[in-house]
Design a protein around this ligand. Structure first.
Ligand code: HEM
Length: 528
């Protein structure tokens, strides 16, 4: 059949024409992606390379299930794998510092647009794609989260923790079940809002820790894959679905809506000079830090501040509280480790009402080992978190046999500039080459033969990510976790039991940006 005849036949049948054109387009695109694309020399599974619908199916339809495929792909294709048309994933711990590079030597790292679609807060630090703009925005947060500045809050933090633990204590000998997950998330949000915005909503003052933001925060994490794959979803939800409909769909959203309104009102008050923050609250809020900074006017807009506030809550609330929740579970599920920690803390803190400064707590090796092991399990972020290097990179693997390169083959790739690359903390934290028997809770793995902390495992430890885009709240998080853990164990370490909390509420089930669990009932305990 001649081409003109085919053209005439298709012209007469528009639907057929659309179908034929789509099929031809699909095959041409597949051919390009497999054989002509700048990443065609890097191996990976064919279907995900040909089409993003693969990832859509596993992440959006099945719910965060692509991540589980990576180990199998790496075993087949080596330590660097092309996971879709444009992106690479790495399982080589030695390459992590190249992907998540610091700014030294002028190395620039953007964030990938595809990744950021899941978190549409483009005026925040977290949501900024461009390296240079991010550096500017990050400079506005660094002083606030410096080690010196966060220590200013130590006394208030202890007061908040004490108040919240009084609520947990009220369950003592009542036979009532206390939900620690809700307790810790409520405390975490009260602490962050107080420190960053100068107020709190008193979530930790309620005995049942209701209302709280656990449900809405978890739900927003659960939306991440859909938002990434369906670009119109966020505008649709935020601009077109009325608040009343949202509330019908999920009544627990009401507290979230009130919470956001209070944040936004705070920003408006700061702008309209209704509130002189430094005088009013006795400490500098994050808003005041940004407004006082020497930054261009567009970096001090209302929207920039509002998105900055959302980022601090989104990034800091569940991460810290999940870690402490994991700690309390794993200690109680492993009584011998709890006993060791009890002994270390009873020796270091003879009088629990007189807690040493956090700098002293950070030196306690077993507590520190427990927190590292906790973060290895809780991950912070489980998902891949791509960086986009501005420069071309040469990758050469080691020839020592390893889990993801069992034959010790030497892989050498030239990776073109602007290729999104990542690793996944969940897989790195479970890499047996770094963490033998990774499924086992072993705080001892972080200590040397003399019981002192060593740093040999830090190469595969990524809860806060690394480099220019790593967690800005890391000092605050370590300080809070050390104080909270020490106070919790000193107060409840010998008088708490898990109640009907199975391991499957703790272990990884799916990727919802964070570690997703099969059940969201939370850690429940009885207090003696
Ligand atoms: C255990 C607790 C925490 C963990 C595991 C954690 C983890 C992380 C990780 C992995 C990132 C990088 C995200 C990416 O790669 O895209 C990040 C960024 C960030 N975190 Fe944390 N975080 C914690 C606590 C906090 C706290 C308490 C705050 C603030 C109060 C905070 C604020 C931020 C902000 C603002 C960013 C964005 C930084 C930037 O893009 O420059 N985090 N965090």
């Amino acid at each position: 059949m001649e081409l003109a005849t085919v053209g005439a036949a298709l012209g007469a049948h528009p639907i057929l024409a659309i179908i034929v054109t789509s099929i031809v387009y699909f095959w041409l695109l597949a051919f390009y992606r497999l054989f002509l694309h700048p990443l065609a020399h890097i191996p990976g599974p064919k279907l995900p390379i040909i089409t993003l619908w693969y990832e859509f199916y596993y992440d959006v339809i099945l719910g965060g299930k692509t991540l589980e495929k990576y180990p199998e792909w790496h075993k087949k294709y080596g330590p660097i794998v092309r996971i879709n048309a444009d992106e690479l994933h790495c399982m080589d711990p030695a390459f992590v510092d190249t992907i998540y590079a610091s700014a030294s030597g002028g190395r620039k790292r953007d964030k990938s647009d595809f990744y950021l679609r899941a978190f549409p807060i483009y005026e925040s630090c977290f949501g900024t794609a461009d390296h240079d703009l991010h550096r500017l925005r990050r400079a506005s947060l660094n002083p606030f989260f410096s080690r010196t500045n966060v220590r200013e809050f130590e006394t208030s933090i202890k007061q908040y923790i004490n108040k919240s633990f009084d609520q947990i204590d009220s369950y003592s000998k009542t036979g009532e079940v206390c939900n620690l997950t809700l307790a810790f998330v409520s405390l975490s949000i009260d602490l962050i809002t107080y420190v960053a915005f100068g107020w709190d909503r008193g979530y930790a003052n309620h005995r049942d820790f209701e209302p709280n933001l656990f449900g809405p925060l978890r739900a927003s994490m659960g939306m991440a894959h859909a938002l990434r794959h369906i670009p119109f979803l966020y505008p649709l939800m935020s601009e077109w679905i009325p608040e009343s409909v949202m509330l019908k769909l999920d009544p627990k959203m009401s507290e979230w809506i009130m919470f956001e309104k209070q944040i936004f009102q705070t920003v408006d008050d700061v702008f309209d000079s209704k509130q002189e923050w430094s005088k009013h609250e006795g400490h500098k809020t994050i808003f005041r830090e940004i407004l006082d900074g020497n930054f261009p006017a567009q970096e001090k807009s209302r929207n920039r501040l509002k998105e900055g506030a959302r980022e601090v809550i989104g990034a800091g609330a569940l991460t810290t509280s999940t870690a402490i929740t994991y700690l309390s579970y794993y200690l109680h599920a492993n009584p011998s480790t709890l006993e060791k920690l009890n002994i270390e803390l009873e020796t270091a803190i003879p009088d629990p009402s007189n807690l040493p400064p956090s700098t002293e707590l950070e030196k306690l090796p077993y507590l520190n080992g427990c927190l590292h092991e906790t973060l290895r399990f809780s991950c912070g972020i489980a998902s891949r978190s791509p960086r986009v290097p501005h420069e071309q990179i040469l990758y050469t693997s080691s020839t020592a046999p390893s889990t993801y390169n069992p034959t010790g083959k030497q892989y050498t790739y030239t990776i073109p500039a602007r290729t999104p690359m990542s690793t996944s903390p969940y897989h790195m934290h479970n890499n047996p080459d770094v963490f033998p028997e990774p499924e086992k809770w072993m705080p001892e793995r972080w200590l040397d033969a003399d019981g002192k902390r060593h740093n040999e495992l830090d190469i595969g430890f990524l809860p806060f990510s690394k480099g220019t885009r790593g967690c800005v709240g890391i000092n605050f998080a370590w300080m809070v976790m050390h104080i909270e853990a020490a106070m919790f164990i000193r107060r409840f370490g010998r008088r708490m039991r898990l109640y009907e909390t199975a391991a499957d509420e703790m272990v990884y089930d799916h990727d919802c940006f964070e570690v997703g669990h099969a059940s969201n009932k939370g850690i429940r305990v009885l207090v003696d």
